[in-house]
Design a protein around this ligand. Structure first.
Ligand code: ZN
Length: 77
């Protein structure tokens, strides 16, 4: 049974992951100050990812709504 709250937390995690990927992917095109800004952006996006993941896991633990086995297999919504 899908948990709506977990779905929302998972969406946030996906968004944060995407933000980090986008920033990391744009890095080779940047230099100097622009690269520094992008690096800072990627770093903060990475932290957001970790926070989202923590919150998701904490919810799953307390709510007992973790999917049985392939937890990340349902990523493509
Ligand atoms: Zn739940």
């Amino acid at each position: 049974m899908p948990c709506e709250e977990r779905e929302q937390l998972f969406e946030l995690l996906l968004e944060a992951t995407k933000a980090h990927n986008d920033a990391a992917r744009a890095m080779p095109d940047r230099a100097g100050e622009a690269l520094e800004r992008l690096t800072a952006l990627a770093e903060s996006a990475r932290k957001t990812c970790e926070d989202c993941y923590e919150v998701l896991r904490a919810h799953e633990r307390s709510h007992g709504c973790a999917p049985n086995s392939v937890s990340l297999g349902r990523a493509n919504v």
